[in-house]
Design a binder for this molecule. Structure first.
Ligand code: B12
Length: 248
């Protein structure tokens, strides 16, 4: 089944774009924005809004019209989490029954990244959007080290508390800093010979499962993740790997 975007009438191909150009707001700037969109391949484009952000910077909203369509049946997803995952009660019951002890999880937003709030949405008691965080799960013991934590420090903590899983949050992606940091994290674990002692999960708004697997994490979670997605993944992997046998 082929599909196309639409704004006014079905299949009109209308797309709304928003971007900033490093020039002041003027008729010339608007025309530059329109031409830029035509260069992107739109068959026509109209600038419907422009606004000065600061001296020498203008933000544009443009409607572009495309002939492109996509075969919906051929779309494959890079699913970090499973929408049919267990809920809070089911996860706790699963751990009790299949593992028989608390699962230990250590997490931090590592490197120079200061976005504490993103990992908090997963780990803190209150969670986010009415989804409790891992700290709330009676069968999960959590250690949330916060943000701007050196990779080594998170690893030391995971070793000390005998963590089963480590959560790494990466929000800032400017200049691919997250990739450098994730690579460094894995390198440090490998240099200590302990990569396989932990289930490794990385998350952040721009993290994909594909990227995480490529860098040797066990899973990657992006926008819209809730604690139950992460817990479901960890406890099932734990049982699948029979992790308990070679730990503790
Ligand atoms: C609040 C905020 C801040 C606060 C953070 C406060 C705090 N205590 O955390 C402060 C003011 C400190 C801040 C600073 C900066 N910020 Co800021 N910040 C934001 C903002 C507005 C909201 C972030 C937020 O609250 N998200 C809410 C959480 C719940 O959503 P989430 O990130 O999607 O998290 C979900 C998933 O990603 C996932 N997830 C996240 N982590 C993990 C981890 C694991 C293990 C798992 C499983 C899942 C997971 O699950 C979460 C819940 O669903 C965003 C813009 C935005 N609207 O997102 C910019 C933003 C993230 N910041 C940005 C930037 C650039 C900065 C600064 C560099 C700005 C500057 N020049 O100084 C500095 C960072 C300095 C540093 N050293 O890191 C950029 C990042 C761009 C990029 N991709 O690189 C953004 C996107 C703004 C922008 N559009 O430019 N920021």
């Amino acid at each position: 089944m082929f599909i196309k975007p639409y704004g006014d009438t079905l299949n009109d191909g209308a797309v709304q774009l928003s971007f900033t150009l490093p020039v002041g707001d003027s008729e010339k700037a608007k025309e530059a924005a329109r031409l830029f969109c035509l260069k992107l391949g739109f068959k026509s484009a109209e600038v419907v809004h422009s606004e000065s952000l600061a001296q020498g910077f203008t933000m544009f909203v443009v409607y572009g019209y495309t002939n492109l369509k996509i075969d919906f049946d051929k779309v494959e997803i890079d699913a970090g989490f499973n929408d049919d995952c267990m809920n809070f009660n089911e996860i706790n019951a699963f751990i009790k029954k299949k593992i028989g002890r608390k699962i230990v999880i250590a997490g931090a937003c590592t490197g120079s990244d200061a976005h504490t709030v993103c990992l908090d949405a997963i780990m803190n008691m209150k969670g986010v959007n009415h989804h409790f965080g891992l700290e709330r799960y009676p069968m999960i013991q959590t250690y949330n080290l916060g943000s701007q934590v050196p990779n080594d420090e998170l690893i030391d903590c995971a070793v000390k508390v005998k963590a089963d899983a480590i959560l790494v949050s990466q929000v800032v992606t400017q200049k691919d800093i997250h990739i450098k940091n994730m690579k460094n994290f894995i390198k440090l674990l490998k240099s200590r010979g302990i990569r396989n002692d932990f289930i490794l999960v990385v998350g952040g708004p721009k993290i994909t499962n594909r990227l995480a697997l490529k860098l040797d994490f066990d899973a990657g979670f992006g926008r819209g993740t809730y604690a139950e997605h992460v817990a479901d993944f960890i406890v099932k992997m734990f049982v699948d790997l029979n992790f308990a046998k070679h730990k503790r």
